[in-house]
Design a protein around this ligand. Structure first.
Ligand code: GRF
Length: 185
């Protein structure tokens, strides 16, 4: 049985889908939801699934507190589901090819610094793209540059707004992320 930790900074709708997916799994168990935001809704969602939570500040993470916790909990895989802080290098080194992130666009487009949340969908709209999608990738020392393990796309029309683009992307994320994680384990 693999032990998974989810790191998230916000609403956690992806985290919820992942917790639901593995609830009765014999392959993996979500044993921790960790967040740098004490008010993040993902923490409520974790309670609903009886998953223990852990809150830390950026300073603590940079000082190794999160890494220590992940080691203590014998975590096998780290899932980034809307986690907004840059992961410290020692953490990526502790989980070589065992840390996965979801990005709400078709990398290498719309990746890198500042490209998160609604900024991504606004940029896609401004460029007039006819499709967007999701990218699931392993995490290395550089933002959004780890090996891509999965992409899925969805068509866009000129009527789409950043909000409707976000909805389409979320639907893709919810559909694929849990299964892709399971495939990686
Ligand atoms: C997702 O769109 C994900 O791609 C991005 O952050 C968002 C998190 O959404 N990295 P939620 O908190 O899971 O609803």
């Amino acid at each position: 049985m693999k032990r998974l930790a989810i790191l998230a900074s916000g609403s956690g709708s992806n985290a919820e889908k992942i917790m639901a997916h593995f609830q009765n799994s014999d392959k993996a168990q979500i044993v921790l939801v960790a967040s740098n935001k004490p008010e993040a809704f993902v923490l409520e969602r974790a309670k609903k699934f009886d998953v223990p939570t852990f809150i830390f500040s950026r300073k603590e993470m940079d000082a190794g507190v999160l890494l220590e916790k992940l080691r203590e909990e014998n975590i096998d895989w780290v899932i980034l589901a809307g986690f907004l802080l840059k992961i410290p290098v020692d953490l990526t080194r502790d989980f070589p090819d065992r840390m996965v992130n979801i990005h709400p666009a078709l990398l290498p487009k719309y990746g890198g610094k500042g490209m998160y949340g609604s900024f991504v969908h606004e940029a896609v709209k401004a460029a007039g793209d006819t499709e967007t999608g999701i990218t699931i990738h392993l995490v290395n020392e550089n933002y959004d540059e780890g090996r891509i393990v999965f992409q899925a796309s969805t068509p866009l029309t000129p009527e789409d707004t950043p909000e409707t683009i976000a909805e389409k992307v979320h639907a893709l994320e919810h559909k694929h992320f849990p299964e892709v994680i399971e495939g990686l384990l």
